[in-house]
Ligand binder design. Structure first.
Ligand code: HEM
Length: 402
């Protein structure tokens, strides 16, 4: 079966549906519709060629685990001149980079950061606690992961505003036309690489015990990383480290503000927080999808894919597949089996997942200890960005601490 037969006639193209504002704001109805009517879709792509969309849990997990069919090679192009490492590299080469990077993000190393993270969360809350109001996205969800990331890398905190501007121009460039947005993205990419070029030279001359210096002086297969490899790695770390945790915190707090009884449960019983982090990662899936390219002709779910097709693995849709998760639309903090794919799966599974979990857990614990009763301010209209679901202007109001 080929393209036209894989998309029910007269229906909205699955990629348009998935990238719509309606889906970013409330993804599950779109995901369930795809499960029911078109779990493997193949249609002409927005930029030529064909585009494949997978939404079932089993198919998405299979695709994540089979890079020889669903390749990541050079698939992410967001203003980077050099391939993003390790995201844009397929096995077996991919493993050599993870061997260098994994120990830097190990559970033990991340657990050691906990006291510092807890202190930082409280310092951030101190800034607005007496006001009875905050813009959660701006005042909390943005500074928390960004400050930790710069400290981990060994980069000056003063550079944060510049990093955030580059992040926004890369992930959500503003512009009236696609060309304008692409130009913003490319300019940000060039600026990021120029910045790291300078910092890499600094760390080469003056090593320290932080991540950037470790990479500059580290080795893969008995040789130092090339300049292009260092730039590709640092560029990706910046994008991964700054945006995803912010988006996840936004998603979690919106849900908890809109469901006061679930928030109350967390306030009353802190032991629920770890389960809540996993369940809200599943239910909200802030990174909605990951891109791939079909590397060889292949049939999946009765649909024939062709080498060169673009592919979108809808991890958000996989995470609400009723065939994998009982009562998938319900949020259960005590869900027993929760093999969610919010961090991806297979060889490219998120490098920063232990850091993210630490930040999210400490954030939910401390925020609910200090600010147990909050609600969305009346002027707030929640709207999530498509692709990576973050919500700007997330105004909360709350009772001031006694
Ligand atoms: C809740 C927060 C986060 C979420 C939801 C998330 C999600 C993901 C997902 C879905 C992937 C898989 C991409 C793919 O298969 O194409 C991924 C990969 C990756 N993430 Fe995260 N991420 C988070 C936090 C972080 C943080 C804090 C860092 C770094 C400091 C990070 C660094 C990376 C890197 C380097 C990769 C590529 C791994 C590889 O290709 O081997 N992530 N992440």
């Amino acid at each position: 079966m080929y393209a036209d037969e894989a998309v029910p006639t007269g229906d909205e193209d699955p990629m348009s549906a998935v990238f719509s504002q309606r889906c970013a704001d409330d993804p599950q109805p779109v995901y369930h519709d795809l499960h029911d009517r078109c779990p493997v879709a193949r249609a002409p792509g927005m930029f030529g060629g064909y585009s494949v969309t997978l939404s079932r849990y089993d198919d998405v997990l299979w695709a994540l685990k089979h890079p020889e069919v669903f390749s990541s090679k050079d698939v992410v192009k967001i203003g980077n001149d050099v391939p993003l490492i390790p995201l844009s590299v397929d096995p077996p080469d991919h493993a050599k980079y993870r061997r260098l990077l994994d120990p830097q993000f190990s559970p033990k190393r991340m657990a050691d950061l906990e006291p510092e993270a807890r202190l930082l969360v409280n310092e951030i809350i101190d800034e607005f606690a007496a006001n009875g109001a905050c813009d959660f996205h701006e005042d909390f969800a943005t500074p928390l992961p960004s400050t930790i990331f710069l400290a981990l890398m060994g980069l000056p905190q003063d550079d944060l505003p510049q990093f955030l501007a580059w992040r926004d121009d890369t992930i959500r460039p503003q512009g009236d036309t696609i060309e304008e947005m692409e130009q913003k993205r490319e300019a940000a990419g060039k600026a990021i690489e120029a910045y790291f070029q300078g910092k890499i030279e600094e760390k080469r001359a003056h090593p320290d015990d932080r991540l950037l210096s470790t990479l500059v002086h580290g080795e893969v297969e008995g040789r130092p990383l090339t300049h292009a490899e260092l730039l590709g790695t640092t560029h990706l770390l910046l994008l991964g480290g700054l945006d995803t945790v912010t988006a996840t915190l936004d998603c979690m707090i919106v849900f908890l503000a809109q469901h006061p009884e679930r928030r109350r449960a967390l306030v009353d019983d802190g032991s629920l927080v770890a389960g809540a982090v996993e369940e809200l990662l599943r239910h909200q899936t802030p990174v909605m999808m990951v891109p791939r390219i079909v590397a060889q002709d292949f049939e999946i779910g009765g649909v024939q894919l062709r080498a060169g097709d673009g592919a979108t693995l809808l991890i958000g849709a996989a995470n609400c597949d009723r065939a994998e998760f009982e009562d998938a639309s319900d949020v259960r903090f005590d869900r027993e089996s929760n093999r969610h794919l919010a961090f991806g799966g297979g060889p490219h599974r998120c490098l920063g997942s232990h850091l993210a979990r630490l930040e999210l857990t400490v954030a939910l614990e401390e925020f609910h200890r200090r600010v147990p009763d909050y609600e969305l301010a009346p002027e707030t209209t929640i709207s999530f960005s498509p692709g990576i679901r973050q919500s700007e202007n997330l105004h909360l109001r709350f009772a001031v601490e006694s």
